[in-house]
Design a protein around this ligand. Structure first.
Ligand code: NAG
Ligand code: NAG
Ligand code: NAG
Ligand code: NAG
Ligand code: NAG
Ligand code: NAG
Ligand code: NAG
Ligand code: NAG
Ligand code: NAG
Ligand code: NAG
Ligand code: NAG
Ligand code: NAG
Length: 311
């Protein structure tokens, strides 16, 4: 498979013969024997503290009229209040379980300067946050102990509903991506989450999760079928042995990187997708991830045609 991948521009692997993820030969997320439930709860708390800060901060600045004036339907702001409440519920529940082991809130750095001033940018950022959170909770649910799986499965489902609501009901895009939602490993999720974190209290519990080098795609708005050049800090001069793994449900798609770290985005990708640089042509979990992920959204309509979101 490795040599085949080197010779063929785009190679899809893994699930072709195995329709159900639990039967994959290469587990999307490996067992992490040294990660405790406290670590996992603190990971979820890190995410929910960030989302609480985002939603509470944004809603403090936007009235119902601001949403209406920006073209959103009546009720959108009120549903955002509920989304905000969900994160606050998770924060208080996890904090009550972890007691003084709980991580504290950080200061945050949302991607546009205008996110607390421009309601359209607030909605767009919430779309990204809910997509990433959904993928993160698949990874979290997988490695949590049995006693926590129902709780995390419930949070996963609500987060996926929130993601659909923002992307489809609010923004006029697709309600889902593919038959299978994309899982992310915890260091991968943390890589995406950490782009929003400015600084954390110095006494915060150290988690066994770490951000990979941030992956930049150029052009940033490349579409399926187009070429994209990948860059990250610590990038070697020689791309030999490195692959771009495109994650968009199953199977993952692997393509060797050319000398300029350029790769074609598979034309069939739809909805939310990620690209990571790996040193494997068959797996894309944390142990083989070199950089990323970077996040993509490729909205599509009911005919599976790529579209631009209403707003
Ligand atoms: C993960 O651990 C479980 C329980 O110990 C085991 O059954 C399973 O085979 C392991 N999976 C992998 C991919 O190592
Ligand atoms: C788990 O931790 C122990 C003790 O620190 C270490 O010996 C072992 O290699 C670790 N296992 C994994 C899978 O990281
Ligand atoms: C509200 O917007 C102002 C600028 O108009 C900004 O300085 C402030 O941080 C925002 N408040 C919140 C809670 O995000
Ligand atoms: C955390 O709580 C436990 C039990 O309530 C206590 O023994 C411990 O001293 C506390 N640790 C800190 C750092 O406050
Ligand atoms: C950000 O807000 C300022 C002031 O409201 C505005 O001039 C600028 O165009 C906005 N930038 C974007 C990217 O929306
Ligand atoms: C808000 O952001 C959107 C998207 O970036 C932009 O098109 C619009 O001009 C901004 N509005 C204002 C008032 O800055
Ligand atoms: C860190 O310090 C703050 C007070 O500055 C305290 O409330 C919090 O419990 C401490 N966190 C840990 C994990 O010790
Ligand atoms: C993408 O790059 C490949 C080489 O890696 C090249 O053959 C192809 O023409 C490029 N496609 C576009 C649309 O630029
Ligand atoms: C890499 O970039 C250089 C300079 O832009 C160009 O000459 C070369 O053809 C590119 N190589 C590939 C494989 O695209
Ligand atoms: C996640 O990152 C930490 C810190 O670099 C590392 O110790 C751990 O092995 C990584 N997890 C996996 C599954 O590779
Ligand atoms: C899907 O295609 C059909 C037939 O071409 C067309 O009538 C319909 O409007 C399209 N739907 C969307 C959402 O574009
Ligand atoms: C342990 C804990 O705090 N559980 C709470 C989680 O949130 C729900 C809804 O707010 C409460 O009813 C639980 O008591």
């Amino acid at each position: 498979m490795f040599f085949k991948a080197l010779l063929v521009p785009l190679v899809t692997v893994a699930l072709q013969a195995l329709a159900f993820p639990s039967k994959r030969q290469t587990a999307p997320i490996p067992n992490q024997t040294n990660v405790t439930d406290t670590d996992i709860l603190n990971f979820a708390l890190t995410l929910e503290l960030l989302k609480s800060a985002f939603y509470q901060g944004g809603l403090a600045n936007f009235t119902t009229k601001n949403f209406l004036d920006a073209g959103y339907a009546p009720g959108v702001r009120a549903f955002y209040e509920q989304v905000s409440q969900h994160s606050q519920t998770y924060v208080s529940n996890i904090t009550s379980q972890l007691g003084n082991s709980s991580v504290q809130a950080c200061t945050y750095d949302f991607p546009t300067q205008n996110v607390t001033q421009n309601v359209t940018e607030f909605v767009a950022t919430s779309d990204t946050l809910e997509a990433i959170s959904t993928s993160a909770y698949i990874g979290v649910s997988y490695i949590a102990s049995q006693g926590l799986r129902v709780t995390f499965g419930s949070i996963l489902a609500t987060t996926a509903h929130q993601s659909t609501w923002v992307n489809n009901a609010v923004r006029g895009g697709n309600p889902w991506s593919t038959a299978y939602e994309t899982p992310l490993d915890l260091n991968q999720s943390f890589t995406l989450i950490s782009t929003y974190i400015a600084q954390c209290p110095s006494n915060n519990t150290v988690l066994p999760f770490q951000a990979n080098p941030q992956l930049t795609t150029n052009p940033p708005n490349a579409q399926p079928g187009q070429n994209v050049t990948l860059s990250y800090s610590g990038q070697p001069s020689n791309s030999s042995g490195l692959f771009a793994a495109f994650l968009n449900g199953f199977p993952f798609t692997f393509a060797p990187l050319d000398n300029n770290f350029t790769v074609t985005i598979p034309p069939t990708l739809r909805g939310f997708a990620y690209v990571v640089v790996t040193n494997s042509s068959v797996a894309a979990n944390d142990s083989v991830t070199v950089a990323g992920p970077a996040f993509f959204s490729f909205p599509f309509n009911a005919n599976n045609t790529l579209i631009t979101l209403n707003q």
